[in-house]
Design a binder for this molecule. Structure first.
Ligand code: IPD
Ligand code: CA
Ligand code: CA
Ligand code: CA
Length: 266
């Protein structure tokens, strides 16, 4: 039996709203914070409990589906053959902790490696971006128009300024050149939201030197529906299993920035 992706998107969206309510409730009390790979790589009990919430819902409702989440809650290995949910329970954990805003839930469903559903929910602003493959992208159920290009010198680009000063970042110089040439840069601290902002024309592009599949899986589906492109810095398709560079933008700008700035390794 083939899956009705629009129906599945509605179910997924109802879970996302439910998860958003749960996250909001936790903001009233103290939150237990831990570090992961380094002192600035933060995780909270809320990240884990929200991932668990999705995992249990999916296991109960769609036991044949696979699950890939940032916090590694699933007990079995995900497979990219068949249907897999790729979830970041809180994207922008640092914002969640420090600002209590500017974070998102990111939920994607892929079928045989093709992105079918993408949902990015800014919990505190109550902005829900969603797309089903072939069916357009929406912000709070209002369809997003196909994006319009702007020349590079009028473009506003999402980029974490840390990448410009990190000695070991091989893209430091090309990124500096890009920052000089565009109109301005912005850093929102949530890759998922920054991709949604490209899709909704709040940004013209977004670049990151290091992201993981759960950061961008939903964003790719939403961006594709408005004619945007998401790839690595070489212009190749993004991996659903390995971390790497990410560059999402409007298509003409995408070509220009890859060929003039970041496409070659420096
Ligand atoms: C992080 C955010 C951030 C990006 C980091 C990600 P997390 O995700 O998307 O904007 O710069 O690379 O790891 O850990 O808050 O889910
Ligand atoms: Ca994290
Ligand atoms: Ca993330
Ligand atoms: Ca996360």
């Amino acid at each position: 039996m083939s899956m009705n992706w629009s129906e599945l998107e509605k179910v997924a969206t109802s879970w996302v709203y439910e998860a958003g309510q749960k996250i909001k409730k936790t903001l009233a009390g103290p939150i237990d914070i831990e570090t992961k790979s380094n002192p600035d790589d933060l995780v909270t009990e809320v990240d884990r409990s929200i991932e668990e919430f999705f995992y249990e819902k999916i296991q109960t409702t769609y036991p044949e589906h696979y699950f890939l989440g940032e916090e590694g809650i699933a007990s079995e290995e995900p497979s990219l053959e068949g249907t897999v949910w790729i979830i970041d329970p809180i994207d922008g954990t640092m914002n969640f902790i420090h600002q209590k805003q500017n974070f998102a839930i990111s939920v994607a469903v892929y079928h045989n490696k093709v992105g079918m559903i993408g949902i990015i929910y800014d919990v505190m602003r109550d902005e829900l971006f969603h797309a089903v493959r072939g069916d357009g992208a929406y912000l709070n159920n209002v369809e997003l128009p196909p994006v319009k290009e702007r020349p590079l010198h009028e473009s506003v680009i999402g980029l974490n300024a840390r990448w410009l000063v990190e000695e070991k970042n091989q893209y430091r110089n090309p990124l500096k050149a890009l920052v000089r040439d565009v109109r301005s840069i912005r850093s929102y601290g949530s890759a998922a939201l920054e991709m949604a902002y490209v899709a909704s024309d709040r940004l013209d592009g977004y670049l990151s030197v290091q992201l993981s599949p759960w950061d961008y899986a939903a964003g790719i589906v939403i961006l594709n529906e408005v004619g945007c492109v998401a790839s690595n810095f070489q212009g190749d398709p993004l991996s659903l299993t390995e971390p790497g560079t990410l560059f999402a933008s409007k298509p003409i700008l995408h070509k220009e920035i890859i060929s003039v700035y970041i496409g070659e390794e420096y």
